[in-house]
Design a binder for this molecule. Structure first.
Ligand SMILES: [Zn+2]
Length: 59
C-alpha cells in the first residue's frame, strides 16, 4: 500500500502503523505539502488516474 502526494503525485510507502492512525500526516519531501496518508491510498498496481479522480471527489 502506498500514499500519493495530492500536489505533485509522489508516492510514499504506507506502514500498517500509519493506517491504524487515520490522521497521520506526512510532509512531501518534494513539494513540502502536508497530507493525511490514510486519505490518499494507492494500491501497488493502481493507476494514478484513479487516485486523481478520488482526490477530485473529496472536498
Ligand atoms: Zn508533493
Amino acid at each position: 500500500m502506498r500514499s500519493q502526494c495530492p500536489d505533485c503525485g509522489k508516492l510514499y510507502p504506507v506502514t500498517k502503523k500509519q493506517l491504524r492512525a487515520p490522521k497521520t500526516q506526512v510532509y512531501c519531501t518534494q513539494c513540502k505539502k502536508k497530507f493525511i496518508v490514510a486519505e490518499i491510498l494507492v494500491e501497488k498496481t493502481a493507476k494514478t488516474a484513479e487516485a486523481n479522480a478520488f482526490n477530485q471527489k473529496k472536498k
